[in-house]
Design a protein around this ligand. Structure first.
Ligand code: ACO
Length: 226
């Protein structure tokens, strides 16, 4: 397996990977019924592409498949973006114009949960390495690829001079993976307690996933090249 930076030439293949894996499988997307496996979602694709433009995203490529071809098989991706003060409040405001109610439900939870805390003030940083999407192809799961993607992402963050990483881990497995890399719990929200004005649970997330965790990791500097 090769781990490498995602360049613009891979964007289409990455979006295709997400359509076949992340968009339908991620716990909140699944609970909201965001889209069916293999299908796209314009808002989530836009969000993914915006993150890719920060040039901090990595992919795991299976060299044994399609080695002779230009396009190798993507086994997994970790999409990371730069988060600056004010970005989340602005994103929440922009979200109000979205006509995709399911997308809105998911991102209202994520943004409002993040707005309850001030990571910039607490850690005295002016930018954060934001781990936004961790996705492994269903046929490659359980082989430690997600763990390796997180390890490479952390190494990249150090090399680019970031002092803080954060992730909104939506399921029990991503939480376990990030915690095993030294990410610490900063805030959490039980899905069963996230209700609307009428007391209805907004996102009926399936077990074993029961809560959203905002996880952080402080890192030091590293001068090498990724
Ligand atoms: N059942 C039981 N244990 C699991 C499972 C599972 N389905 N998935 C992962 N684990 C455990 C592994 O046993 C392993 O634990 P260990 O180190 O104690 O042996 C650990 O989690 C790491 O497993 P990996 O093999 O590195 O994980 P994998 O490559 O299978 O990818 C992922 C895990 C990314 C969660 C994958 O299942 C996936 O793509 N799911 C759909 C998308 C998703 O939910 N992404 C995370 C959302 S949060 C975010 O994106 C920031």
């Amino acid at each position: 397996m090769e781990y490498k930076l995602i360049g613009p030439e891979h964007y289409e293949q990455v979006i295709d990977h997400l359509r076949r894996n992340f968009f339908a499988d991620e716990p909140l997307n699944k609970a909201a019924g965001l889209c069916q496996k293999g299908f796209g979602n314009s808002e989530l694709e836009h969000h993914s592409l915006e993150t890719l433009h920060d040039k901090l995203s990595l992919m795991a490529v299976d060299r044994s498949e399609g080695a002779e071809q230009e396009e190798c098989k993507i086994a997994g991706v970790i999409l990371n973006g730069i988060l600056r003060p004010g970005d989340t409040a602005q994103a929440l405001q922009k979200l109000q114009a979205s006509s995709d109610l399911n997308f809105k439900k998911i991102f209202e939870l994520l943004y409002s949960h993040n707005l309850k805390v001030d990571l910039f003030g607490r850690f005295k940083v002016d930018r954060i390495f934001d781990v936004r999407i961790l996705s492994v192809d269903a046929s490659y799961r359980g082989q430690g690829i997600a763990k390796e993607l997180v390890r490479h992402a952390e190494s990249l963050a150090r090399k680019r001079g970031f002092r803080l990483l954060k992730a909104d881990a939506t399921g029990i497995f991503s939480q376990k993976i990030l915690r095993s890399h030294g990410f610490e719990l900063f805030a959490e929200q039980l899905y069963a307690k996230y209700t609307d004005a009428g007391g209805q649970v907004v996102l009926p997330v399936e077990a074993p996933h029961i809560k959203l965790q905002l996880l952080t990791k402080k890192v030091g500097h590293d001068d090498g090249d990724e």
